[in-house]
Design a protein around this ligand. Sequence first.
Ligand SMILES: NC(=O)c1ccc[n+]([C@@H]2O[C@H](COP(=O)([O-])OP(=O)(O)OC[C@H]3O[C@@H](n4cnc5c(N)ncnc54)[C@H](OP(=O)(O)O)[C@@H]3O)[C@@H](O)[C@H]2O)c1
Length: 339
Amino acid sequence: MSYKVTLVGATGAVGREMAAVLAQRGFPVGELRMLASARSAGKTLSWNGREIVVANLDEADFSRGEIVLSSAGGKVSKVFAPRAAAAGAVVIDNTSAFRMVPDVPLVVPEVNPHAAKNHHGIIANPNCSTIQMVVALQPLHAYGRLTRIIVSTYQAVSGAGARAMEELTRETRAHLSGAAPAHDVFPHPIPFNVLPHIGGFLPNGYTEEEMKMVNETRKIMEVPDLAVTATTVRIPAYRGHSESIYIETEKKISADLARQLLSRAPGVVVMDDPTNQLYPQPIIAAGRDETFVGRIREDLSRPTGLNLWCVSDNLRKGAALNAVQIAELLAEKGWLPRG
Ligand SMILES: NC(=O)c1ccc[n+]([C@@H]2O[C@H](COP(=O)([O-])OP(=O)(O)OC[C@H]3O[C@@H](n4cnc5c(N)ncnc54)[C@H](OP(=O)(O)O)[C@@H]3O)[C@@H](O)[C@H]2O)c1
């Protein structure tokens, strides 16, 4: 059996990665459509040996049983996704438009695959920083039940899209040649800098990205009152978000046990050999599917506290791979409307 698959936002950083992941994982694609804005309509993109002409989303119709992988921003999703779902398509949406809508499943296949079953045509793909964190924490939660998460992120510029990656390159060249760096995507220069600011600032003093990590983690892990606090930070890496994660659990988890639990966990690679300077880094995770965990240490000041360092490619597991894994789950379980 093969499926009609449509990429919305096909020309963007996540859209291109989703196309690559579909081909690399051999997803049974019958027809592949690529949609973007009127700006890109008519451009050609290659996929799996085929040349596909990008079409204008505004002029596209959707059909029953079609799988739509969407990453064109929240405003765009809010308009087209309900229309696609009403036509019987299933939209797997990378934006934040529907993540916290109660009857929209928010799914990480390693953590809550069951949630996908009850979709009504839209399934939300979580925020990139949240996905890698819950993949790393679910095995520890299953053993010892989390009571507290304190996370600080070090996020790559690709999390802000294709233009942000170009800005890092352009500004770095300007900086090294002595020219005044001009920035557009970020509010301050990003080369040789660190910005404690991802998403807009909210009245409570947190950023949107920080509150996504709080709220989405609770929804995916199905612990509505889980104590979570986050500080999200942009760094001048291209691909791969890093996270310093501190947890407390009801039942103590030693560092050795955490290594054992994580080494058996789907999608996780334990990389934790300090004597050989081996620990996860963005340049190791870039282009890879796994979530890497290292620097596992017991908190010396709290009986059940544990520190972890977690790195994953934000464009792969943080976006494209997770979306394609959801499509695979729907196909395998027969949770798609019949075409
Ligand atoms: N980057 C990440 O790590 C990441 C991770 C998780 C989720 N996300 C989310 O995914 C979404 C896209 O992110 P990105 O990094 O891929 O951004 P991007 O590189 O800027 O790409 C945006 C895509 O959306 C399309 N688009 C923009 N306005 C449109 C419109 N009015 N109608 C149709 N298509 C339109 C663009 O097409 P044109 O070529 O025509 O402009 C482009 O294909 C965002 O909501 C983001 O928050 C990103």
